[in-house]
Design a protein around this ligand. Structure first.
Ligand code: HEM
Length: 381
């Protein structure tokens, strides 16, 4: 009797296992076929602006200002995203001496030229939380004394060229419409609706949920030990490109980043401080670009899709050096808080393209102006 029960249970679990395996493999196969079909080229090499985008942008600005107010630190208003800085450091960015002539545009038009810059490292969250919390990590670069008319006009950032990146290669929404519905759901605390907005399975954004979960990753050992991506596309002269910054320790003296004590709330700032300020060892990174090949599925209007590196490999265009320096002073931290980075602080040769970048143009400006005005009125930096 006991033997029969065991045999019956064995058969039941065996069948359950087989069924799960077949359903799983079938789902995976079907998913692969579907995405191979959906994500096949060619794609436009120009921007395609959907109707109604501008109206959605206005709504997103209102939501962003609401979030800024919700997350303020007493009376002090922080950034809407990437509120916590690990430090603002001085950097030298040198254009590759033998840069391919087809890539010599904008700030890369003079091979061997060195630009002075500020770099701000950050956590992605709107709250300045412990570094051990899963999160995206940001790197924002501001090249200084860059001549030439900029895309935003005005005098405030007239000599700046910015690059604003974080350390995941894909964005968790495809366009402004999806950003609006996702952001509104999250702002109302209805997180499940962000990726599953209705009962209709066609509206479910499972792939984007996976990207969002992967973006919220454990921290690297140091802000200089991870790869930062533009995610969204840009112009580089006549090319459509994405860019990224990778660690390039081979260009600097040997240095072992020590294992961080992840119970410390600010271990990323500590790692940067130990390397640059205590051990006085510079950190090296490299800037790379990836060209769009529109005959393949490398869309401009969907930054949730990575451009295939086996089709279009990244090419190095410049080296970045953070020299040994003292950056963790009150003055420099206040200065860092006041800085505004914006992908549209740019020469026309580096114009941001695609819906998410068009959205960022209005939102970064509006939030930056708002937080500076609010803080000035309160007498805080
Ligand atoms: C490609 C996708 C994106 C990347 C790589 C990115 C990255 C970053 C980074 C690194 C910062 C911090 C800049 C600093 O250090 O000051 C930042 C700030 C910010 N981001 Fe994004 N972001 C992206 C998309 C968006 C989108 C879609 C929005 C909203 C529509 C947004 C809104 C903001 C705002 C409001 C700030 C603060 C601006 C300020 O107050 O100065 N970002 N972003």
């Amino acid at each position: 009797m006991l033997k029969n029960t065991w045999l019956w249970l064995g058969r039941l679990f065996g069948r359950l296992f087989l069924t799960t395996l077949i359903v799983g493999l079938g789902g995976w196969g079907f998913g692969s076929l579907y995405y191979n079909w959906k994500f096949s080229g060619p794609v436009p090499s120009e921007e395609v602006i959907p109707p109604g985008e501008a109206a959605l942008t206005d709504g997103i600005i209102e939501d962003a200002i609401r979030i800024v107010e919700q997350h303020r630190d007493n009376t002090h208003v922080l950034r809407d995203a990437h509120a916590k800085a690990h430090g603002c450091v001085k950097a030298e960015i040198t254009v590759l001496a033998d840069l391919d002539s087809s890539l010599q545009h904008g700030v890369f038009s003079e091979p061997g030229k060195t630009w002075q810059a500020w770099v701000r490292f950050s956590n992605g969250n709107a709250y300045p939380q412990f570094d051990r919390a899963r999160d995206a990590r940001g790197m924002a670069v501001k090249l200084l004394d860059v001549p030439g008319e900029k895309l935003l006009g005005g005098t405030a950032h007239a000599t700046e060229q910015d690059w604003v990146m974080f350390n995941h290669p894909a964005f968790f929404v495809r366009d402004v419409a999806e950003y609006k519905s996702n952001f509104s759901a999250q702002a109302e605390g209805k997180k499940i609706l962000a990726f599953f907005p209705s009962w209709d399975p066609r509206s479910w954004e499972l792939r984007h949920l996976v990207i969002a979960l992967k973006t919220l990753a454990p921290a690297p050992e140091s802000p200089v030990a991870t790869t930062y991506n533009s995610i969204a596309p840009f112009k580089l002269g006549p090319h459509n490109i994405k860019y990224r910054v990778i660690p390039a320790p081979e260009n600097c003296p040997d240095y072992n980043v020590q294992q961080a004590n992840r119970d410390q709330p600010n271990f990323l700032r500590s790692a940067l401080y130990r390397q640059l300020s205590l051990d006085r060892v510079p950190a090296c990174l490299a800037m790379q670009i990836q060209r769009q090949d529109p005959s393949h599925y490398m869309p401009i209007e969907d930054p949730s899709v990575e451009w295939d590196e086996s089709i279009s490999p990244y090419e190095t265009v410049a080296s970045i050096r953070l020299s040994a320096q003292d950056f963790d002073s009150r003055e420099q931290n206040v200065f860092c808080e006041e800085l505004s980075f914006n992908p549209w602080h740019a020469l026309p040769e580096h114009r941001p393209i695609g819906g998410i970048n068009r959205l960022r143009k209005a939102v970064y400006q509006a939030v930056s102006v708002y937080r500076h005005e609010r803080n000035r009125a309160n007498g805080t930096p």
